[in-house]
Design a protein around this ligand. Structure first.
Ligand code: PEP
Ligand code: MN
Length: 377
């Protein structure tokens, strides 16, 4: 059960005290005050965990400090939305806002390979006015003989260079708890010139210990990638581990799901799930067209499958895009064949803005009631 407090309810005041005193009658229930930074105000919610079936909703609803009471049935109670009237609170990291309305593109190489390539990438992104990127230092590879990433060794120069070119956030995968500490230590040693969004890759989507580790810290936000062989429900439950540890700065990422039926693409594109995740949870939703498609094939019209896949997500309201690019894809140590060149990246960004505009027009038409009217007749 969630009790949403009114905007002016003081949690140090008598109204909140009254709610708390009332809840003491239910000793098996754990009461937790959760504060979420919404668009226009801080949303305060009281989460009741335990056997809440005996707690009368009406009594709580009638209390002065209470705006609304919501009974939750879902398993993913922290990230879940339950009710479309619940605000889909996002978060702000490094001055950049993430929620279900914003859209940010994170282009970058699959893995950090050379200092020169990293610098070229940052410089190119700066020229485009982009301050967010992706870049793996720890790489989970299918074969133990493939490049595993430079690990902690590259972090000092990657962070320094990122700062030099105004990059504010790097999405970077972690494979175990130690990597989180290594990233934090390197950021601090470099004087925090940039920020990191910790990425949980699809192969670790149910690595519950790792999920608890990224969830039990609040300094760095988390990009959780859907498990390639998991149902959406299973992935949402796994993602809940992050929030239940206390970290609410989470973006949920769709990256396609594994099936031979997706061939010749690497995975089946699941971006129709963007609005599904937005209504089931309060999280911003990212799409990763590079790992969904896995190649740079294009249609007879010249549009890359990667562009078309991204368009499916963006036309449905995606909030973030991870896309692989490289200054020289043919020399990349990881995922070169699916990496866009810089001129292709510029076309991609242009394409995304065309589709985003179309999405915004669609929402606008809807909010003026035209679709509602259409569905009635
Ligand atoms: C990645 O984004 O670098 C990656 C390995 O993706 P995924 O975990 O989705 O395969
Ligand atoms: Mn990759």
């Amino acid at each position: 059960m969630i009790i949403i407090l009114k905007a002016d309810t003081n949690v140090q005041g008598p109204e909140y005290e009254k709610i708390n005193t009332y809840l003491k009658q239910f000793p098996d229930i754990n009461v937790k005050l959760v504060e979420l930074q919404g668009e226009t105000r801080t949303v305060r919610e009281v989460h009741l965990i335990g056997p809440t079936h005996n707690v009368p909703e009406e009594v709580l609803t009638s209390m002065t400090g209470v705006e609304r009471v919501i009974r939750i049935s879902s398993k993913y109670r922290q990230i879940g939305r339950y009710d479309l009237r619940l605000v889909p609170v996002g978060f702000t990291y490094q001055g950049i806002k993430f929620n279900q309305e914003t859209l940010h593109i994170f282009p970058g190489p699959c893995a950090v390979d050379t200092l020169e390539h990293a610098e070229e990438t940052f410089k190119f992104l700066q020229g485009l006015g982009i301050v967010t990127t992706r870049m793996g230092a720890y790489k989970p590879r299918t074969s133990p003989y493939d490049f595993q990433g430079h690990g902690a060794n590259c972090l000092p120069w990657v962070f320094d260079l990122a700062g030099k070119y105004g990059i504010k956030i790097i999405a970077m995968e972690v494979l175990r708890e130690q990597h989180i500490d290594e990233i934090k230590e390197a950021l601090e040693a470099a004087g925090n010139p940039t920020g990191v969004m910790l990425q949980i890759g699809t192969r670790n989507a149910q690595n519950f210990e790792l999920l608890k580790a990224v969830g039990s810290q609040n300094e760095l936000p988390v990009l959780y990638k859907r498990g390639m062989g998991l149902t959406l429900e299973e992935s949402l439950n796994a993602c809940e581990y992050i929030a239940s540890g206390g970290n609410r700065q989470i973006v949920f990422c769709l990256r396609g799901v594994k099936s031979q039926l997706g061939a010749p693409h690497r995975n089946i594109v699941d971006f129709i799930h963007v609005p599904v995740v937005q209504r089931l949870t309060r999280l911003p939703v990212c799409i990763d067209p590079s790992h969904s498609v896995g190649s740079k094939e294009h249609g007879p019209d010249g549009l890359f499958d990667i562009f078309n896949a991204a368009a499916q997500g963006v036309i449905s309201g995606a909030n973030m895009i991870l896309v692989e690019c490289h200054p020289e894809p043919e020399t990349a140590l990881c995922d070169g064949p699916q990496s866009l060149t810089f001129p292709e990246l510029e076309q991609f960004i242009n394409d995304v803005s065309i589709v985003r505009e179309a999405y915004e027009k669609r929402v606008n038409v809807y909010s003026q009631g035209m679709f509602k009217k259409m569905t009635k007749t």
